[in-house]
Design a protein around this ligand. Structure first.
Ligand code: UT7
Length: 339
């Protein structure tokens, strides 16, 4: 069999809009309050782009990508492939991968868009890992970016969802590793489509209605354009699946819970992260959370948190780093890597 290569993260970057929206700001828009939001989710504030600023999912992704490219000490011309994970693309189609190729003036490499919501970045890393393993590509730009704030229901009707989500972007360069013992050890991915509508945004999908009917109805009470979440049901599934998929990854590598140096969970809810931390008996220093400041940024949450943990010196050479995510689909997955 031909030699398989190992992939490693060679550069990380993140970007969040400057505009901070506090829980008190939200309570002026809808019937909610700081106490409820903090108690149920841990969120204190989030970033929302200023409407009209021109900031988009792809432009934030580009900003995060520029930092990751610089830190990887490569040039844009060294990038062999682009993978962009988001649930909030600038256009219905094409996806934002091609916008990144254009904005960064990268040669005409392939650009792939991943539609796996909260686990989008984990899925994207897994795809990138396969291309590096086979030797097909050497440097892949992987982005997770979301602009939620343009698509949320900012009235009391939407409070169960709207208070949770924030805007932002994270990016990684996945490169061929010179050392087979350092880099991605495994990725594990799962889905359970029977629960697709438990966390979903139904419109403007083509499945249920003809676009002409939607335009003709022009119904301001049509909630199918806003995200829906069956919160408690999603929560219960999340805690089980997070734990399962982390264990699956550890066991596949002959590792144990005690071997984890840093766990970066998707920032869905601080209570979910704390539950996993307790069940894996990890210390505060071994789990990185930033949902307090950014809310849930879906596909961007893992790369933003990973970037921050690395910037703060919380990830060191030789550390066992675990990424895990769960969300809409349901889809979930884990990445186990040796830094
Ligand atoms: O990222 C993808 C994965 N996502 C997740 O894993 C999220 C999982 N779910 C959750 O994090 C939680 O279920 C939520 C934070 C979304 C909700 O927390 P909860 O404890 O499950 O609350 P709930 O939905 O059961 O609502 C409890 C009460 C309701 O009032 P009644 O019916 O008891 O009178 C809601 O109407 O809280 C009310 N409520 C609010 N009150 C103030 C819902 N949203 C709000 C709000 N402010 N923003």
């Amino acid at each position: 069999m031909r030699k398989l290569y190992t992939s490693k993260i060679s550069g990380l970057g993140s970007y969040v809009p400057e505009n901070v929206v506090t829980n008190d700001d939200l309570s002026k828009m809808m019937d909610t309050n700081d106490e409820w939001i903090q108690e149920r989710t841990g969120i204190q504030e989030r970033r929302w782009v200023v409407p009209g600023s021109g900031e988009t999912t792809s432009s934030m992704g580009v900003k995060a990508a520029r930092i990751a490219i610089e830190r990887a000490k490569i040039s844009k011309d060294d990038i062999d492939f682009i993978i962009f994970a988001t649930l909030s693309p600038d256009y219905y189609f094409p996806g934002p991968g091609v916008q990144v190729q254009h904005a960064l003036d990268i040669k005409t490499v392939g650009a792939l868009d991943v539609r796996n919501q909260c686990s989008g970045f984990v899925y994207a890393l897994s795809i990138a890992d396969q291309y590096i393993k086979t030797g097909m590509y050497k440097n892949i730009l992987v982005i997770g970016s979301e602009l939620h704030s343009h698509g949320l229901d900012k009235t009391t009707r939407g409070r169960g969802v709207t208070v949770i989500f924030g805007d932002g972007a994270g990016a990684a360069i996945l490169s061929r590793s010179e050392d087979d013992h350092k880099g991605l050890l495994s990725t594990h991915l799962h889905s359970q489509g029977e629960f697709a509508e438990e966390l979903s945004l139904i419109a403007p999908g083509m499945g249920k209605r003809w676009v002409n009917d939607i335009l003709k109805d022009n119904n301001p009470d049509d909630e199918s354009y806003f995200p829906f979440m069956n919160g408690q049901f999603v929560f219960k599934n999340a805690v089980v699946r997070f734990s399962e998929v982390i264990m699956e990854g550890l066991e596949a590598n002959g590792l144990k819970k005690e071997d984890i140096n840093m766990l970066i969970p998707h920032q869905a809810n601080l209570r979910i992260s704390q539950f996993i931390q307790r069940s894996f008996r990890l210390s505060d220093d071994q789990v990185y959370n930033n949902i307090m400041h950014y809310g849930n940024t879906t596909a961007a949450s893992v790369p933003i948190a990973l970037t921050e943990a690395w910037e703060k010196g919380k990830i060191n050479e030789g550390d066992l780093v675990v990424l895990a995510a769960f969300g809409s689909g349901f889809t979930w997955g884990s990445v186990i890597m040796r830094w």
